[in-house]
Design a protein around this ligand. Structure first.
Ligand code: EPU
Length: 342
């Protein structure tokens, strides 16, 4: 007989979102196997509820209680599944903590993910928004993933091309949104590893540490130090990392902005467009360190919104909206939030 699913009702999500916002789920399930998802799908009541798949809760803004079923991915397991001349293939369960997984690969002597050290969240969430930092994105070491398809009830395997990765973007934010649940991810960690130190912050930190030819762990240590200096620890100050994406604009708009703001921070893109530093736009608009109610803009990085204590999701959303309107009126650029709003 199939065991009854341990559903919990009116479940507090406060400890499960890194903003630390107090909100409840109508129903909650700690998912420890793919079979549980099959069971949810074949249950008349549960299958009809709206679903929210939760990993580390680090890319989520809860503006209200969730009147549906939270599927909290809590699977575990990391293993080396294959090896060839070019790479070692490592599979990790969706529920594994991202940073701990990265540290595990480094402990095994495998480079590739070190620039993504200390990013909050889970392995299963990493491909959804193609997490990235310091010149590396998850797609760079991604091999394949398996996902449970709620439409068909089948488990599917998707390779890199199928996932359609973009800047903080993938198929899971579009066609497979609300449909696929990532079960595990396999990474191809390169044997001919080379340090990615093109970001000035990283190069400077390594120089300061007198590391001339860094090993993967040296790069990780440098990045951990940089992140600790610039970004608030969610365990101490509620936040969801960068709250907005860096906007991509036409060369014409970038040139016009540069004419009126000579110190504009922008990065050329392969297609001729430019990515602007949203943190710079927000900082220049005078928001750094400001607050609206218990929602605030972090003092050391204007792109990060923080919960100064007891903030509601609506307060954070109101602050985000005020910033968007202000940046729009000054620069003609609409900032797009990174987190999922509920
Ligand atoms: N800047 C300011 N004022 C600020 C913040 C930034 O002037 O308050 C300027 C900086 O001086 C710099 C530029 O803006 O010239 C970019 O800042 P930074 O290097 O801190 O990076 P970012 O573009 O703000 C992105 C990612 C981060 C990632 C870093 C490092 C996005 C939305 N954010 O931030 O990712 O860690 O680069 O690679 O792409 C996240 O997505 O949650 C995240 C933390």
């Amino acid at each position: 007989m199939t065991p009854v699913l341990p559903i919990q009702y009116d479940f507090s999500l406060q400890g499960l979102n890194t903003f630390g916002i107090a909100a409840k789920a109508k129903a909650y399930l700690r998912v420890t196997s793919a079979d549980m998802l099959t069971q949810v799908r074949s249950d008349d009541f549960l299958a009809r509820l709206p679903r929210l798949v939760l990993g580390g809760g680090s890319n989520l803004l809860l503006t209200r209680d969730f009147a549906g079923l939270v599927l909290h991915m809590s699977t575990s397991g990391v293993e080396i599944v294959a090896e060839d001349a070019g790479a070692t293939y490592v599979k990790a369960a969706a529920g594994e903590n991202w940073h701990q997984f990265v540290q595990w690969t480094l402990g095994q002597g495998m480079g590739g993910l070190e620039n993504l050290s200390l990013i909050p969240g889970s392995v299963g969430a990493a491909p959804i928004q193609n997490i990235g930092a310091y010149g590396v994105e998850v797609k760079d070491c991604f091999h394949a993933l398996t996902a449970f398809d709620f439409d068909t009830g089948e488990i599917v395997v998707l390779d890199k091309a199928a996932c359609r990765f973009g800047y903080r973007d993938s198929l899971f934010k579009h066609a497979l949104r609300d449909r696929a649940v990532i079960l595990d991810v396999t990474f191809a960690l390169p044997k001919n590893w080379r340090a990615q130190t093109q970001y000035a912050d990283v190069a400077q930190e390594l120089t300061a540490r007198a590391v001339a030819s860094p090993a993967p762990q040296d790069v990780a240590d440098a990045i951990i130090a940089i992140r600790n200096r610039k970004l608030p620890d969610p365990a101490k100050i509620g936040n969801a990392g960068s709250f907005f994406k860096n906007p991509v604009v036409s060369a014409d708009l970038r040139d016009a902005l540069l004419a009126s703001h000579p110190n504009l921070v922008s990065y050329p893109q392969p297609d001729g467009s430019y990515k602007l530093a949203a943190g710079w736009l927000i900082d220049q608009s005078g928001w750094k360190g400001k607050s609206m109610g218990a929602a605030g803009v972090y003092e050391k990085q204007a792109l990060v919104l923080v919960n100064r204590g007891g903030a509601t999701g609506q307060e954070i959303a109101a602050l985000a909206n005020a910033i968007q309107m202000d940046v729009m009126s000054r620069f003609g650029v609409m900032l797009e939030p990174e987190p999922v709003f509920i």
